[in-house]
Design a binder for this molecule. Structure first.
Ligand SMILES: [Zn+2]
Length: 306
């Protein structure tokens, strides 16, 4: 047998995670979650056509490695249309009304599945990560510069009727409160998303530039930093507790840079907001796939639709 005939698994799909700054792609064996080959390029924020062209080049290259038209899943930092064909609103990418599914289908053919990035990550955690084995209800909360999430019912990530289910960062914390980037007021994200927290650091004269600096200062016992961290944890604790009360989950997975940093403290902060019968029984788990959750989830989604 010639050496070029390297064995290619039968269960391949391509997963792609289109974020605000970079786009990651991976050819994945969806049986095991193993990444066979990965690629990455800048996302071309503000220029959908250039972004699409870069995407097509890398997708084509990965299909060449697979030696067949494997299904493609795209997890994108955008709100999608109800049929999940277009990226309607993407503040991070500055792409609006982008018909990404149709454009990729025209360029490449085959199965093209699109999902919002946070729900894509939930697909990944469900299939290969911290939520493996969940057959009923669960949720994810990704707490980073923004706050996103997903709701799982009957062991499936729910898109909802308008494909906007799970926007936990844009539920209202304070009616008529701080203006949020999403266009409404008082959202959780506007108070305790990473961007909001760094703004509050500056206003309160807390040293450092990033939320990592904030949590480090709080751990060192710096009073103003600790106060802000405690406030943020109290708010997120209430939010996650309410979510648990709403869906009675098998597990809630916590991800994102802040979620993972604050994981232990968050477990404590959630407790007072749980129904008494639920206390000590909420399985809060850390997201397990890190930066690969999007590509793995998108690949899983694509293989399910193939
Ligand atoms: Zn909002």
């Amino acid at each position: 047998m010639p050496t070029s005939a390297k064995k290619v698994p039968e269960t391949l799909a391509i997963g792609c995670d289109v974020g605000g700054t970079s786009t990651r792609l991976a050819l994945v064996d969806t049986d095991t979650g193993r990444i066979v080959e990965a690629r990455r390029h800048p996302s071309q924020a503000g220029d959908y056509r250039a972004g699409l062209a870069a995407l097509v080049v890398d997708l084509y290259a990965l299909r060449k490695v697979a030696r067949r038209k494997v299904p493609i899943g795209i997890a994108i930092a955008a709100q999608l249309d109800p049929l999940r064909r277009k990226a309607l609103v993407s503040p991070n990418l500055q792409w609006w009304n982008a018909p990404i599914a149709d454009d990729l289908e025209a360029a490449l053919g085959g199965v093209i599945a699109i999902e919002n990035d946070v729900r894509g990550a939930a697909h990944g955690e469900l299939r290969f990560g911290a939520l493996r084995g969940v057959t009923g209800t669960a949720a994810s909360v990704f707490w980073g510069s923004g706050i996103g999430g997903a709701v799982i019912a009957c062991g499936q990530v729910q898109a909802g009727s308008l494909s906007i289910a799970g926007e936990v960062g844009h539920m209202t914390y304070e009616a008529g409160g701080i203006a949020c980037g999403c266009g409404k007021r008082g959202c959780y994200e506007a108070y305790i998303g990473g961007h909001a927290l760094t703004r509050r650091m500056r206003r309160r004269g807390i040293e450092g530039r990033t939320t990592r600096d904030l949590f480090t200062a709080a751990r060192r016992g710096e009073r103003k930093a600790k106060k802000l961290v405690d406030e943020a944890l109290a708010i997120m604790g209430q939010h996650v507790g309410n979510l648990a009360t709403l869906i009675d989950p098998e597990a809630i997975v916590i991800g994102g840079s802040i979620g993972l940093t604050a994981f232990s403290a968050l477990q404590q902060a959630v407790r007072p907001h749980l129904l008494v019968v639920r206390r000590g029984k909420l399985r809060l788990v850390r997201a397990a796939l890190g930066d690969n959750s999007g590509v793995l989830g998108a690949a899983a989604l694509a293989s399910a639709q193939a």
